[in-house]
Design a protein around this ligand. Structure first.
Ligand SMILES: Cc1cc2nc3c(=O)[nH]c(=O)nc-3n(C[C@H](O)[C@H](O)[C@H](O)COP(=O)(O)OP(=O)(O)OC[C@H]3O[C@@H](n4cnc5c(N)ncnc54)[C@H](O)[C@@H]3O)c2cc1C
Length: 509
């Protein structure tokens, strides 16, 4: 039984990328909001230092999830870092600001998600943005989220950009524009040398507002349903179970793993699976946990003749958007330069080196997530089914080959010693495929487990309401029907901006 009960207008579960944006907009509109977060405050200094992101992995601010063994990736389990702290994954991510392309959102609309086409979502991207170039048709200015260019790239990044141009890729000045195909310096959410998470940008400035209550270190264990309506949440804090009532709505913003986990724990999901765990079925929603997918990377590493120059911003200064097949209408690969030697779970790296990740951004493979236990602190099982569609392996191999070609160009002569991995002995396509299977990693863009749509397997409708339950929405990366072709923080923030208008009744009923 729950102990203390308190009441709010809206209860938001998860103070991550989406939850913080939504909380801010609802509080600004005069709602009394409770924001519940299982992690703690962002007191670790590395969070705020853009060059220290990797130091956050496997600490108390990281869920450090591990997938099921991946049969098409040499049977490996992939590590999945996720933020367990205010700001969520925006407090531990790579700070790249990328939106994807208009076709991503037009495709969501085409699949039945009315109101999520590019022309409709662009104003929501712009609303949160404070882009250094000032207002334009594509960018917002004066918003709460600083978006900056890299105006002073370090010499290795500049050499890599020159090498990409020598390999016939055009230079792109704004990767968030219609002319995004080519090599560009990443735009980022860093201001004055400090990370800007959604917590520091949206919530921290209003912590003194009495309409906002933030509870950290509290794991939401269950939704309370009354005659088909979600009226409250239960959460565990310091060993006690407490309850918070929502007069208006409960919003799940627990991310691609957290939101489906809370739904399943509450009896909303595939009925057979729930019964097998002894959970009372409230709503048989077969799509909860399905459609799990992710972008993927595969590192190419060069040993260098000298130590790397200091970073100018964060460790990911250059990216490429490119088509593995010129007949495609949009990019399906996004290679990314990493300032240092990085092979993921393979520790055999040289002392001095740099890496460029091959990147797959339009995956065909789909996996799923399910509960292992009714204990809310036990992570769910996650099986992305990496490369279960053989198309994805081929595109990743193409992306790796593109990156290797760039690495051979004269502009990198000053830096490059040898290709360390895959290495000069990996030449034929089969060997490249083997390398990819043994070195593929997450791009950290898991989405889709509470898919928005209008079909039987969709979890939320286009107004983000959970099918079959009143007073309950999901607002985070889990609602994306298909992952956009770029990093997912900006699209998640856009979703929260639009969700705020839906909740505030600005877009009809
Ligand atoms: C290492 C890493 C690097 C990345 N790099 C980039 C990048 O450079 N650019 C980019 O655009 N994207 C990047 N991403 C992806 C991007 O950060 C995520 O897609 C985005 O943050 C997802 O937002 P969200 O709101 O869906 O989830 P999250 O931000 O993960 O927030 C979910 C929150 O809910 C909380 N929560 C979950 N369950 C419960 C519960 N039961 N009770 C209470 N609280 C709960 C969690 O603790 C968390 O704080 C990266 C991600 C990672 C992990």
């Amino acid at each position: 039984m729950a102990g203390t009960t308190a009441a709010y207008d809206d209860v938001i579960v998860g103070a991550g990328s989406a939850g913080c944006v939504l909380a801010r907009r609802l509080v600004d509109a005069g709602h009394r909001v409770l924001l519940i977060e299982s992690g703690g405050l962002d007191t670790r200094p590395e969070i705020h230092n853009p060059g220290m992101s990797l130091a956050l992995w496997n600490t108390e601010v990281d869920y450090a999830y591990v997938t099921e063994p991946q049969p098409h990736a040499a049977g490996r389990r992939l590590g999945w870092p996720r933020g367990k702290v205010v700001g969520g994954s925006s407090s531990i991510n790579g700070m790249i600001y990328a939106r994807g392309v208009p076709q991503d959102y037009d495709n969501w609309a085409y699949r039945g998600c009315l109101g999520w086409d590019w022309d409709t979502v662009l104003p929501y991207f712009k609303r949160s943005e404070d882009h250094e170039d000032g207002p334009s048709a594509l960018h917002g200015h004066g918003g709460l989220l600083p978006v900056r260019r890299n105006n002073d790239p370090n010499p290795l990044s500049a050499a890599f950009v020159a090498a990409a141009q020598q390999a016939d890729l055009p230079f792109v000045t704004d990767p968030n524009s219609q002319d995004y195909l080519g090599v560009s310096y990443t735009q980022h959410t860093v201001l004055d040398g400090r990370r800007r998470s959604t917590w520091t940008s949206f919530v921290e400035p209003i912590l003194g507002n009495p309409a906002l209550t933030v509870i950290t270190g509290a794991v939401v264990s269950r939704l309370v349903l009354d005659a088909g309506r979600c009226t409250a949440v239960e959460y565990i804090i310091q060993g006690r179970t407490e309850r918070a009532h929502a007069h208006n709505e409960v919003i799940l913003s627990g991310g691609a793993m957290g939101s489906p986990q809370v739904l399943l724990l509450s009896g909303i999901g595939p009925a057979d699976e729930l019964r097998a765990l002894g959970i009372d079925v409230q709503v048989d929603l077969p799509g909860v946990g399905a459609n799990l997918h992710d972008h993927l990377i595969c590192p190419v590493l060069w040993e260098t003749t000298q130590p790397l120059p200091p970073l100018s911003v964060q460790g990911l200064e250059v990216n490429i958007f490119w088509k593995s097949n010129p007949a495609l209408t949009v990019a399906d690969t996004q290679p990314l330069l990493v300032h240092g030697p990085y092979l993921g779970d393979d520790p055999s790296v040289p002392e001095n080196g740099f890496t460029c990740l091959g990147g797959l951004i339009r995956p065909h493979s789909r996996g799923r997530l399910w509960l292992r236990s009714t204990d809310p602190t036990t992570p769910p099982a996650m099986d992305p089914q990496v490369f279960s569609d053989p198309h994805d392996l081929e595109v990743m191999a193409d992306s790796v080959e593109l990156v290797r070609e760039i690495g051979r160009q004269p502009a990198l002569d000053e830096w490059r010693k040898d290709e360390w991995a895959p290495g000069s002995d990996v030449t034929d396509r089969d060997a490249v495929r083997d390398y990819v299977r043994t070195h593929v990693q997450t791009y950290h863009h898991q989405v889709g487990t509470c898919r928005m749509g209008v079909d039987r397997n969709a979890v939320v409708d286009p107004r983000l309401r959970v099918h079959g339950v009143d007073g309950l929405r999901v607002v985070d990366a889990s609602i994306m029907p298909d992952v956009p072709s770029g990093n997912t923080n900006a699209p998640t923030i856009m979703i929260a901006e639009r969700a705020a208008d839906l909740l505030l009744g600005k877009l009809g009923k």
